[in-house]
Write a protein that binds this ligand. Structure first.
Ligand SMILES: [Zn+2]
Length: 698
């Protein structure tokens, strides 16, 4: 780069960003962009990746398109750019078609130099047409690891980008990411079909981060957590595996006098924003969050990041832990681990990777409806599937069929809920604590809109009622569930199903799906989990382990992680920093904190059923409590048996029936169950056969 150009770039850097020097790697990447060289930049979070496309957008003659999956952050990013004098705008699904058109016209008129676009927009041919007349100089792809199925956050919409780049006239491509391993980097180049590209990787080393692992049971984790939170001053992030745990930890810390706040994806966008601001401004010292928190957050003085549960990959772990200490000050990254964490991760992975048989059986099940548009719940669809898989696996299988063009899913359809009060309104009001203001307001909303009909039972839409009463949908379901638990009401949640449109009908065995690729993906995820778990049991320097994982060659022992401080031991604490060490206590799966409000995405439905089983509930009672069909409960029990749970099936299948079933199985084999069923006749049902065989096999 000629000196004059470099000094021009530095002027812009000073004028707009108020920095005097580029950070490591930025200059080289910008130089590449201006020389029209396709470039992949791997730079840790906080390294200044966005500047690499933002600054050139001021110089390039055409516009810069930035692809980002972070729709919620686009407005903030654009506002931020406008404040520093970079003319930018964004286009995503939050805009009306009219507004989208207006913005594109403004781009054509030269009003904006940089535009953020959500990748999903490219599903629309109409939208792509609008881009036709634009002169695009730079096509920047943020979070570029999303294009790789080998990464931890694959998004199918990214696969279209290769095509889009051609459609907008093959501009220079810049792909940036914080977390790509060498294999993901290679995949980004391949998937985008980048010719003569250069990959720039800047250091992953963060010398001020102190890593440590504490092995503890779930119950012990709370004590250690409080210990750390009380001993380390300053702001901290606690990552938890589920929403329920976020709430539990929040309550625990609040009770112990810590100013904490909770955050998860189930909250309204407005609430999330408010909570984020409270944390950013330091009004809450500690934030407890699911992994939904953190993308695009730039708080530099976070002193500790604690993982209450083990994440599934080192990439995910390092990205989240790396939010500590961006200001360069000493900060802690501590991972809690119990063997149950591994089990949960395996469960998530199995939900993400349905076996081929589940996919073909699911497709067959959908065809069997004999209509073009099927409306069904996951548990209904599951009935046609012989394997025991988490609910989430059904969602994944649908996604795969959709990706291959066999069907199309529409938004979730929500039906009516039902509520009947079993006591009169005044009595119920008295049963609520005077402090429970939300509950009282929710009850009053019910009364206002449904009056005495509540005593005979009403059907209602939770969404509508929430809007009418100015309350949250969750408040309604929570109250309804609470009243039901206390026998004050009868409640049936709304039907939640999926609308599936069949696009192509073929014989299930003729489905063209690359099953070997799916299998390889499954294997990879398990391998990554192994490497994550190996981190826990690693005896050497933790930082070195992580840097080795990313093939960062500058890895040297850090000298102050837990292992460096107490070499050759399996110690678990920072002795020199007074964070207590613990015994290596192992726990059984029973120590898992069961979650009452798991929805499909949290996948632990079988374990909820197990809890009811342990309470001694009969099949119908379990089905009713869980609002599932008895057949689904049976599937859960089979699953639990196959995963080593001690389930006594005598309660569900009479011993003499079990005997008959086993005899038939001996005679006909168990490859397919139809001959067994046919030989036994009507007196023995499918559920009984499945359960008996599952028990017999394990
Ligand atoms: Zn170390």
């Amino acid at each position: 780069m000629p000196d004059s150009q470099l000094s021009q770039l530095k002027d812009l850097l000073k004028i707009h960003w108020n920095y005097s020097e580029f950070r490591f790697g930025q200059e080289q990447a910008i130089k590449n962009v201006l020389a029209k060289k396709n470039t992949v930049v791997v730079m840790p979070t906080g390294g200044g990746k966005s500047l690499i496309y933002q600054l050139p957008s001021l110089i390039l003659s055409g516009i810069t398109i930035v692809i980002s999956p972070l729709i919620a952050l686009m407005k903030d990013q654009v506002d931020g750019l406008e404040r520093i004098g970079v003319p930018a705008t964004f286009i995503n699904s939050s805009l009306s078609p009219v507004e989208t058109n207006n913005r594109i016209s403004a781009i054509k008129n030269g009003q904006y130099k940089l535009v953020y676009i959500a990748p999903e927009r490219f599903y629309s041919a109409e939208f792509i047409n609008l881009l036709n007349e634009l002169k695009v100089s730079l096509f920047a792809i943020d979070e570029a690891h999303c294009i790789s199925e080998w990464g931890h956050d694959f998004r199918p919409s990214y696969l279209r980008l290769k095509e889009i780049i051609k459609l907008v006239g093959n501009p220079t491509v810049l792909a940036v990411t914080a977390t790509a391993t060498p294999e993901v980097r290679a995949d980004i180049v391949k998937q985008l079909d980048l010719k003569d590209s250069e990959t720039i990787v800047t250091g992953f080393n963060r010398p001020n981060l102190k890593f440590g692992v504490i092995r503890a049971t779930d119950a012990q984790k709370y004590g250690y957590l409080l210990n750390i939170v009380q001993q380390v001053n300053g702001a901290g992030v606690i990552y938890a595996g589920t929403r329920q745990k976020v709430e539990d930890i929040l309550e625990y810390l609040l009770t112990n006098g810590v100013t904490a706040i909770g955050y998860h994806a189930g909250m309204e966008a407005e609430d999330r924003k408010y909570i984020q601001n409270e944390f950013m401004a330091g009004r809450a010292r500690v934030i407890i969050a699911t992994n939904a928190f953190g993308l695009g957050i730039d708080k530099r003085d976070i002193r500790f990041v604690i993982h209450f549960d083990m994440p599934g990959t080192i990439e995910a772990y390092y990205q989240e832990a790396g939010r500590a200490g961006r200001d360069g000050q000493k900060s802690y990254c501590i991972l809690f681990y119990s063997p149950a964490d591994r089990y949960l991760r395996e469960f998530f992975i199995s939900g993400d990777n349905p076996p081929p048989r589940v996919i073909t059986q699911l497709y067959q099940t959908i065809l069997n409806y004999n209509v073009d548009t099927v409306l069904a719940t996951y548990s209904e669809l599951m009935e046609g599937v012989s394997d025991q898989v988490p609910d989430m696996a059904i969602g994944t299988a649908l996604k795969i069929l959709e990706r291959e063009g066999y069907l199309e899913r529409n938004r979730e359809k929500t039906g009516q809920a039902y509520l009947r009060l079993l006591q009169d309104v005044e009595q119920i009001k008295q049963s609520l604590s005077a402090k429970a203001k939300v509950q009282i307001k929710t009850l009053e909303t019910f009364i206002k809109h449904h009056g005495d009909n509540l005593l005979t039972g009403v059907e209602f839409s939770p969404d509508d009622l929430a809007q009418l009463g100015g309350i949250k949908r969750e408040a309604i379901t929570r109250l309804a569930k609470k009243l039901t638990e206390e026998n004050l009401a009868e409640y049936r949640p709304p039907f939640r199903g999926t609308e599936i449109k069949i696009l192509r009908r073929v014989k299930p065995e003729e489905l063209k799906i690359d099953f070997s690729a799916l299998k390889a993906k499954h294997r990879r995820e398990l391998d990554k989990l192994d490497l994550m778990e190996s981190y826990v049991f690693h005896n050497g320097c933790r930082r070195q382990y992580i840097l080795d994982y990313f093939k960062d060659t500058e890895a040297k022992a850090c000298g102050f992680c837990d292992n460096c401080l107490t070499p050759n031991s399996v110690s678990t604490g920072f002795h020199n920093n007074k964070i207590n060490s613990s015994e290596n206590s192992m726990v059984e799966i029973d120590d898992i904190d069961f979650d009452n409000e798991f929805k499909i995405e949290t996948k632990l439905t079988q374990l909820q059923t197990y809890e009811l089983y342990e309470q001694g509930l009969a099949l119908d009672a379990m089905a009713q409590t869980r609002n599932l069909k008895p057949g689904t409960i049976i599937q859960h029990l089979c699953f639990l048996i196959e995963h080593g749970k001690n389930i006594n099936i005598d309660k569900f299948v009479a011993p003499e029936k079990q005997k008959l079933i086993k005899q038939a199985a001996k005679k006909f084999g168990t490859d397919t169950l139809t001959p067994i069923k046919e030989s036994l006749g009507e007196s023995i049902n499918w559920d009984e056969i499945r359960l008996t065989l599952s028990r017999a096999k394990h």
